[in-house]
Design a protein around this ligand. Structure first.
Ligand code: DGY
Length: 329
């Protein structure tokens, strides 16, 4: 008898095929909309494994509905959608997709740094609205990126990849992490002309950086890490970029801070509650560039994440160690 698996969204066929070859597979046959909660709870009743997305809440309620469950393979590196202690307590393995999305997400961070600093979206909107009448000396002036100090909060894989790219822009790098990162310092230190320094406190980083990039996971410690106090410490010319998780930032306080012009601009891939609608107050601010949680959204990377999640799922369900376990059970 094959193990039974449920996939919570239609995935690229290569990933579907990996699961279908090894398991009796059912799935939510929609690639755009999340599976409704009641459908999900019914669907997991007799499955051994679930391939889930960050839009699915994997909690005690789901575990109650899935008594046979052995593994949840999350198609994301972050797993704040999962109640990990609840899974571990019930002997359910969690896997994630680290590494595969690092470079793609770092590219998107850079798109946000450049778009905010050089007012790219604002300029496009201005032309489209017929607002470009002439060239003038201080028209649409932004902030220099080259030579600016980059402050990275969270020195994991993606923070490191963001830092590597900064060397090409001649940017001194400051980073804050719970502990100094030997890996980050070795990678940047090996590049001729690069400069990197550890900031033992977040405050030290915020007052010195021209560009602040947040790349921390969402945990009880990082929830609400950026609020009015932190924004007030930043330079009036600073750019703030968040491509980690929305709830790391107290959004209402960010909106007020942006209205006051400190930070000078923000580039956001993630939001407190996703998706946001057209009436979200952040979108009314000219100094915001917002994109819909697309850090890892390239064809190659999303396909890679899906096949990685599928491989993890099938490994556990066929008695092999999964390549990317998060917990031990
Ligand atoms: C992740 O993997 O955690 C990302 O947010 C998805 O792009």
């Amino acid at each position: 008898m094959k193990p039974r698996a449920y996939i919570t969204r239609r995935l690229p066929q290569a990933a579907m095929d990996i699961v279908i070859a090894a398991c009796d597979t059912t799935f939510w046959d929609n690639d755009a909309a999340p599976v409704p909660r009641d459908v999900l709870l019914r669907a997991v009743a007799d499955v051994d494994g679930v391939l889930a997305l960050l839009t699915d809440r994997i909690d005690a309620g789901l575990l109650d509905a899935a008594p046979r469950l052995k593994v949840v393979a999350n198609m994301a590196v972050g797993y704040d959608n999962v109640d990990l202690p609840a899974l571990t307590a019930r002997g359910v393995l969690l896997t994630n997709t680290p590494g595969v999305l690092t470079e793609t997400t770092a590219d998107l961070v850079w798109a946000l740094i450049l778009a905010t600093s050089r007012r790219i979206v604002e300029g496009h909107r201005l032309i489209a609205a017929g607002g470009w009448t002439t060239w003038s000396p201080m028209f649409m002036v932004g902030q220099d990126v080259h030579g600016a100090t980059l402050g990275i909060v969270g020195a994991g894989r993606i923070g490191t990849a963001v830092a590597r790219r900064a060397v090409g822009f001649g940017m001194p790098i400051l980073y804050h992490n719970r502990h100094p990162s030997a890996n980050l310092e070795a990678q940047i230190g090996a590049i001729p002309g690069a400069s990197i320094r550890y900031a033992p406190t977040l405050e030290e980083l915020l007052v010195a950086a021209d560009v602040v990039v947040v790349m921390v996971p969402l945990t009880p410690e990082t929830r609400g890490m950026f609020g009015a106090r932190e924004f007030a410490l930043m330079k009036p010319t600073s750019v703030f970029v968040n491509a980690s998780r929305g709830p790391v930032v107290r959004e209402r306080e960010l909106i007020e801070a942006l209205k006051r012009g400190r930070p000078w601009a923000a580039g956001l891939d993630v939001f407190e509650v996703e998706p946001i609608g057209a009436d979200h107050p952040l979108l009314a601010l000219p100094n915001v560039v917002a994109v819909p949680h697309i850090g890892s959204a390239t064809v190659a990377t999303r396909t890679g994440m899906a096949t990685m999640a599928a491989t993890n799922l099938v490994a556990v369900l066929t008695g092999q160690p999964p390549p990317n376990p998060v917990n031990q059970v």
